[in-house]
Design a protein around this ligand. Structure first.
Ligand SMILES: [Fe+2]
Length: 455
């Protein structure tokens, strides 16, 4: 079990460290020199069963710091240390005197008071089942869930783990206990991409998430356009994970229908693709799910500019957008532009093979959907190129349908947009680059439509 001590006077660390090793040798103490340092430790070294804060901190307000920590960790016992007058001046009564788990320790600190305060915190820890926070699992016991999925809930019926080493995990969300989204955010900021669930819980999590989103899409409540897009992105995230691990279910088909259908109002209300783009999160990284929804809207706008915006066409390219990269096992592969891309060699051999066949595997998934004729062809062809130098089937422009050409352009444009440094200001430059490659055969008309769409 770990405790965190925040104090900007290093000389004090030894005394507290000794007190723990004398009275509570099982508790490992980590010391932080500042609030920022503490927040880093919370993300990298946590979970901490209790937090000790020196109230004489020079550069920050200790009670505000406690509030900030609480928003990251959820409820946790605090021990405030300092001269009695200063504790009373800087810490509201409610944070220690009336708390069931937190305390204040007045200097000079008596060992007896120290033991009482730590025991009070430990009583809370015990009731929270905190002691077993580091657990060992075999490789197959847990499955990775993308971190973004955890923004869908505030409590879960399952425990959620963070990977420490290949076999060691620490529980960061306890079943049926409220967790804060800022905790999830602090892990995401540290570039943690997945959290882990036990195998059986994984499937329940996905199903519950899909049902939740269906309820949102079916509700009569009018959401802001940004919220609709955020929900569409979340839906793609769950759909991809579901089709990859389980397959296609009635609810997955239903959710795809809803995601495609609700883009219609946003297209109507915004008139221009540029306006729709501004509803997306402003800065990257633009993950696979975000790119899918950006492609969905761009392909609808291109269809409209071509005068082909029939329901069937929109559904066809709509489903293609939701599924084209669904079978990629490693999300980092989305930035690869062709089989000749030197970056591809940096991936494991099985990942490279997965990349080569992902269009075919995703097309197979699309075949389970009724009411989406030829979406599977469009998906299978999303990496083909005009001269036949694409993959997987080296089809040249006269072998590709006009719908496939429109989709290839939409998808390729989004991929370039999301990986270019100029961001959204760069639309015309990206178009010019693409024109050099795609201005031939069946690509010509959709390319002109793309130009009209982005200006
Ligand atoms: Fe792809």
């Amino acid at each position: 079990m770990k405790a965190l001590y925040i104090c900007d006077e290093k000389d004090e660390w030894g005394y507290i460290r000794d007190s723990f090793s004398n009275c509570f040798p099982d508790i490992q103490l980590h010391c932080a020199i500042s609030g920022d340092d503490a927040i880093d430790l919370l993300s990298f070294e946590g979970p901490f069963a209790m937090i000790l804060i020196e109230v004489s901190l020079k550069n920050e307000d200790p009670s505000q710091l406690a509030g900030k920590i609480l928003s990251i960790t959820g409820q946790r016992p605090f021990i405030f240390l300092g001269m009695e007058a200063m504790v009373k001046e800087r810490i509201p009564d409610a944070l220690y005197a009336r708390s069931e788990s937190s305390s204040a320790l007045f200097r000079p600190i008596e060992e007896e008071d120290f033991v009482t305060a730590v025991n009070k915190a430990l009583a809370w820890v015990k009731s929270e089942d905190f002691g077993s926070s580091i657990e060992e699992f075999e490789e197959d016991d847990l499955l990775p869930m993308k971190i973004r999925g955890f923004y869908l809930f505030e409590t879960l019926a399952y425990d959620v783990y963070l990977e420490l080493t290949q076999t060691k995990y620490t529980k960061i969300i306890s079943a049926n206990k409220k967790y804060s989204h800022s905790t999830i955010h602090s892990y995401a900021r540290k570039n943690i991409k997945v959290l882990y669930l036990k195998k059986n819980d994984y499937l329940k999590f996905l199903e519950e998430g899909i049902e939740n989103l269906l309820k949102v899409f079916e509700s009569k409540k009018k959401l802001k356009q940004e919220e609709v897009i955020e929900n569409q992105i979340k839906a793609v995230l769950l759909i991809h994970q579901y089709v990859k691990t389980v397959g296609v279910s009635e609810n997955v088909i239903n959710l795809c229908d809803k995601v495609i259908l609700c883009s219609r109002d946003i297209v109507l209300e915004n008139k221009k693709y540029r306006n729709v783009l501004s509803l997306f999160p402003k800065s990257g990284p633009f993950d696979i799910a975000t790119q899918a929804i950006m492609t969905l809207y761009l392909s609808h706008f291109i269809l409209q500019a071509l005068g082909w915006a029939s329901e069937t066409s929109k559904k066809k390219l709509g489903l293609a957008s939701l599924l084209y990269d669904s079978m990629l096992e490693n999300e980092d592969l989305i930035s690869i532009q062709s089989l000749e891309d030197p970056q591809l060699k940096m991936f494991k051999e099985e990942e490279q093979e997965n990349y080569r066949i992902h269009p075919i595997k995703a097309a197979e998934i699309a075949q389970y959907f009724t009411g989406y004729p030829e979406a599977d062809f469009v998906i299978a062809q999303h990496h083909e190129k005009p001269k036949g130098d694409g993959f997987p089937n080296n089809l040249s422009t006269n072998k590709l349908t006009a719908h496939s050409c429109a989709f290839i352009l939409a998808n390729n444009f989004i991929l370039r947009l999301c990986t270019s440094t100029g961001g959204k200001k760069n639309l015309l430059n990206i178009f010019r680059e693409m024109k050099e490659v795609y201005n031939q055969g069946n690509f010509k008309d959709p390319l002109n439509a793309l130009q009209r769409t982005i200006v």
